[in-house]
Design a protein around this ligand. Structure first.
Ligand SMILES: [Mn+2]
Length: 348
């Protein structure tokens, strides 16, 4: 049933995808954007779309707010991404000169950061939204917002197939789509995975894609410092809230520095908390110079998107969300505990 539903949804999108292809062919300057702190899906969807568009139109650039974590630096085209954080003037110029702009893997302009988000929102270019987050607030020429789909990269595949261009799917494009699907589905294990997801994976593998290499590049490249930091966090910092299925870890800058912290080193740590038996909600608080970055994960009927959006200036998916706090890390995690203890999940 799910497959039929899914296919039906996407068949209803056929005209949208054809419209997008038409716009790609006639645009003068195309810019592809995605959210801050890019993950595998934002990078995968951006670079897959870049490679696809280049087959029709050479005037296309990827402009992201900031750099990806070191765990993605092996990606072949990573250096072709223009970063607002490093080349502000240049990226503003690209956005202002664009007549077609893709918004990939984000649902509101503030996910680009306040300043960059403002420039993108106010640019005169036609916007195309391709995303799978809840409650999109972006008004676009074509809006492909599919919250039941596991990854934005999956939607890039649908764009290629539904616009009648599957012949153009090569190993390079397939590699980026696979990366996005793999990372946003926890290696094909989240409930959002459908039979269609696997069908798409099969078509990607038919290009001769070395999928095991992508897995190894993402999961088997830990530095010793990273493993030690994660071990320290579990052994010394893990707190399980009394009588509640909720675990948290908070890490201060001075602790991160002890292990020569690099961006991305705490990736997956929140999932490790969630992997503990009977834990249904996991929270990770990371102190940075700007404030506290928070990651939430959950299972079953425990949802974290509202917890993040109402209390921690964030949002995301039901089972995976993020937030930010300008308070101290102690106040932030104590406030989290107070919200939980005041009965946030009582209605379940
Ligand atoms: Mn995504």
């Amino acid at each position: 049933m799910y497959k039929l539903l899914n296919e039906h949804n996407m068949l209803g999108r056929k005209e949208d995808f054809k419209t997008v292809l038409g716009l790609i062919k006639t645009a003068k300057n195309i810019v592809i954007t995605s959210h801050k702190s890019p993950d595998g899906d934002s990078l995968g969807s951006s670079l897959a779309l870049l490679k696809f568009i280049q087959k029709f139109n050479a005037n296309v650039l990827v402009c992201h707010p900031d750099q990806a974590s070191v765990s993605f630096h092996w990606l072949k085209d990573i250096n072709s991404i223009h970063l607002f954080k490093d080349n502000r003037e240049e990226v503003i110029k690209f956005v202002q000169e664009s007549d077609l702009l893709f918004c990939l893997d984000y649902n509101s302009f503030d996910r680009l950061g306040e300043e960059f988000g403002g420039f993108v929102q106010n640019s005169g270019s036609k916007k195309i939204l391709i995303d799978h987050h809840q409650n999109p607030t972006i008004s676009a020429e074509v809006s492909i917002s599919e919250t039941a789909i596991a990854s934005t990269s999956e939607l890039i595949f649908e764009l290629i197939e539904q616009s009648g261009q599957l012949d153009l799917l090569d190993q390079e494009i397939a590699r980026y789509i696979y990366l996005g699907i793999m990372t946003d589905t926890g290696s094909f294990r989240f409930p959002s995975v459908s039979s269609r997801t696997h069908e798409i994976a099969a078509k990607l593998l038919e290009t001769g894609l070395p999928h095991a290499v992508i897995h190894e590049s993402i999961f088997d490249t830990n530095t010793l410092d990273r493993i030690k930091l994660k071990s320290y966090a579990i052994v010394e910092k893990l707190e399980i809230l009394q009588d509640l299925p909720i675990g948290l870890i908070y890490l201060e800058v001075k602790e991160l520095n002890q292990f020569n912290y690099q961006k991305g080193d705490t990736e997956g740590l929140v999932n490790t908390i969630l992997s503990i038996e009977n834990i249904m909600v996991a929270a990770l608080f990371i102190e940075t110079d700007e404030g506290v970055k928070i990651s939430f994960r959950s299972k079953g009927s425990y949802f974290v998107n509202e917890l993040a959006s109402v209390n921690f200036n964030g949002g995301g998916h039901k089972h995976a969300a993020g937030g930010f706090s300008a308070e101290s890390i102690f106040l932030t995690k104590e406030r989290f505990k107070a919200i939980i203890l005041s009965g946030f999940y009582n209605s379940l």
